[in-house]
Design a binder for this molecule. Structure first.
Ligand code: IMP
Ligand code: MG
Length: 177
């Protein structure tokens, strides 16, 4: 699927290699623990589906939906909770919040605060991408795919105005071509 307005940043091969490494690390860290992957819709659905299949441990999968970008390439600053998780699925479990990208960190701070109220046994973060320079308040990303420059990227779950999520690679999006 050639896209003239998207310059490849991470190939399908390099992504799959990274996901395998993350899967191995998480499987070691969480052996003998009841772990729940909490995917944040929609962006994380591709990453999470590959990641859980790269694990050698049993896990549960739950989802939440929030909205922070509204058809633009900059953060709106406002977070809407569109679909919550059942608190019973979180209480006393080891939770790994699974995101496509941490940009300003506003979404992740909202999620950390929100999930903490449901009293998990532990709470960690796994993010496929991280725009470190954009971060407003410190966040520890326990499991990270790649750090990137503050550019707008699409593919492998990440969208622009709802499109390009199904690209198997990640690329920098430019609107002017
Ligand atoms: P934050 O709250 O600013 O950290 O934004 C996080 C959310 O913004 C992510 O979960 C994405 O949905 C979206 N986002 C941030 N940067 C990008 C990007 O480069 N491409 C697509 N979506 C992005
Ligand atoms: Mg997102």
């Amino acid at each position: 699927m050639p896209q003239t307005n998207i310059e490849v940043l991470f190939s399908e091969e390099s992504i799959q290699q990274k996901v395998k490494e993350l899967g191995k690390q998480i499987s070691e860290d969480y052996k003998d623990k009841e772990v729940v992957f909490l995917g944040i819709l929609s962006g994380s659905f591709i990453f999470m589906s590959d990641l859980v299949r790269a694990l050698s441990i049993d896990v549960e999968c739950e989802f939440m939906r929030i909205a922070s970008y509204h058809n633009s390439t900059t953060s709106s600053g406002k977070i809407d909770l569109l679909l919550d998780v059942n608190p019973k699925k979180i209480k006393d479990k080891h939770i790994i919040i699974t995101e496509d990208i941490v940009d300003t960190g506003r979404s992740m701070h909202f999620l950390l605060e929100h999930i903490a109220k449901y009293e998990p046994a532990s709470l960690k973060i796994c993010s496929f991408l991280f725009k470190e320079e954009m971060l407003e308040k410190p966040i520890t990303i326990d499991y990270l795919g790649f750090k990137i420059d503050p550019l707008f990227v699409v593919g492998y779950g990440l969208d622009f105005a709802g499109k390009y999520r199904n690209l198997p690679y990640v690329g920098v999006y430019s609107s002017d071509s």
